[in-house]
Design a protein around this ligand. Sequence first.
Ligand code: 5GP
Length: 120
Amino acid sequence: MSYDFNNIFARILRQEIPCNKVFEDEKVLAFHDINPKAPLHILIIPKGSYINFHDFHTQASADEITHFYAKIPEIAASQGVLDSGYRLISNCGLNGGQEVPHYHVHLLGGGKLGAMVGNV
Ligand code: 5GP
């Protein structure tokens, strides 16, 4: 499977589609999910062209990976959920329920979250 440069997050990165941004630097972008599943629902994405968790961890440099994960707690803190708690989710591939084929981490919080996974 090759990276689809027309996926929606690639288009957001190229600023062809707007997003409600909460953080950006040279390697990472974070923005509100358009269809939030919790009072706070942020998507955190690397700017590199990686399809999913597996692709990111097998293809990205150690610096990209370290930088990406260092930003997640900073973003969580900036959103005020450190004390109340939050959940990170990354769906990978078909059975993982991934819809957008650009690697992303969901940051969910702002209220008590439900069961970790639905029924299969
Ligand atoms: P996945 O199912 O791939 O893990 O998650 C994709 C997420 O992207 C979904 O939660 C969906 O609501 C969100 N999403 C899809 N299209 C857009 C969009 O155009 N803008 C934003 N901000 N989020 C989107």
